[in-house]
Design a binder for this molecule. Sequence first.
Ligand SMILES: CC(C)(COP(=O)(O)OP(=O)(O)OC[C@H]1O[C@@H](n2cnc3c(N)ncnc32)[C@H](O)[C@@H]1OP(=O)(O)O)[C@@H](O)C(=O)NCCC(=O)NCCS
Length: 230
Amino acid sequence: MDKEKTLELFYKQKELLDTFLLRDAISKEQYETSLTGLITKMNIAKEDLDIIITSRLILRKWRIEDAPSMFKYACEPEVGLPCGWKPHENVQESERIIKAFIDHHPYCYAICLRGDIEHPIGSIELNLHTSLCRSEDECELGYWIGKPYWGNGFLPEAGKALVKYGFEVLKYNAIWCGYYEGNNKSKRAQEKIGFVYQRTEENTDVPQLNEKRTANVSLLTKERWVSLNS
Ligand SMILES: CC(C)(COP(=O)(O)OP(=O)(O)OC[C@H]1O[C@@H](n2cnc3c(N)ncnc32)[C@H](O)[C@@H]1OP(=O)(O)O)[C@@H](O)C(=O)NCCC(=O)NCCS
């Protein structure tokens, strides 16, 4: 069986165990024992223990060797500028960014299409301790998708899976998100995930571009997420 199929099977079984644990049908000890057994039996590598699978996507951690894939999309001004960063100038710059993700961003995931786990098409992250967070139990969602893949609903799909992980596993109580005025693509993607507009902030700094912009801030509380998903 190829690696991706094994991972799919593993995560299906793990999801069952997670559900049993969430419903108190098994104890934490039973959960740990069953999970360890599954990992050994299916020969799952440590680096593959932290992936999220959706119907069309796999979210996995960035690897240094992904730099050419990242550069292919992050060199486009239409990807970086709406996020507030300069387009990448070369593969080495993408490599530096990936290294920073690996070292300092524990919840930053490469977005891959199922069937092609080796070539990420975007990035999505739960950022901790950002200026929007009011307390330790809040974080902020950030993302981009390579231009050839826009308009397929990939980001909402990845976003729904990552906020689920944020609320259920990481136990956050609220997740913030933002978009600069005029970025209607991002506004729509946030609405599809369930975020609700909160306020507009004028003259916010965009440090990497040395400019000021109007930012719109939206929020998804755990309470709302539970009600949307029940
Ligand atoms: C914002 C972004 C992540 C949305 O990802 P996505 O997977 O394309 O999301 P969706 O398919 O749900 O599309 C969202 C909206 O974008 C618009 N859109 C989709 N494809 C488009 C295209 N090729 N050209 C222009 N607009 C497009 C549509 O209005 C769509 O809303 P709709 O489905 O109600 O019509 C993606 O456009 C992107 O990476 N943009 C550049 C980086 C960025 O803005 N990041 C967010 C910073 S806050």
